[in-house]
Design a protein around this ligand. Sequence first.
Ligand code: HEC
Length: 131
Amino acid sequence: MMKKGIYAVLLGLLFFSACEDNPYSQGEILYNNFCSNCHATDGSGLQGLIPPLAASDFLDKNRDQLACIIRYGLADTIVVNGRTYTQEMEAIPNLSRFEIANILNYVEYSWGNKQQYFTIQEIEASLEKCE
Ligand code: HEC
């Protein structure tokens, strides 16, 4: 009985410390590898050239396109937070749907964004539409 209690406390501590930081740590690593070159580690983008992901109104308005943008890139004229962007984003075809979900959940948890959690099913449904 005593032993069980100690394990419960230890488990609780482990769980608690794992939850302190951003819960999407795999998404954070992937973001820093694949996105931060352009969009910056704080999601602020690059003045006039690369749109921000931090508090981006584009994310809210185009939720169902985000997975496709990552996989297939985007060569369009878009408006993000009132500014126009025309540079092309190259496709990143090697990321799995799980990795895309992790990245988007990290982005949506960070920098003032607060969209709903992306499930794998939602990512798959979005990708099917743009394949
Ligand atoms: C080589 C630079 C580059 C990389 C790397 C890059 N992007 Fe982009 N991204 C851009 C550019 C440029 C645009 C604007 C495209 C346009 O105007 O058609 C853009 C647009 C976007 C948009 C839509 C606009 C917005 O700001 O909300 C999202 C979402 C996005 N990128 C997410 C990502 C994610 C997530 C990654 C990593 C998996 C990533 N990008 C990697 C350059 C990049």
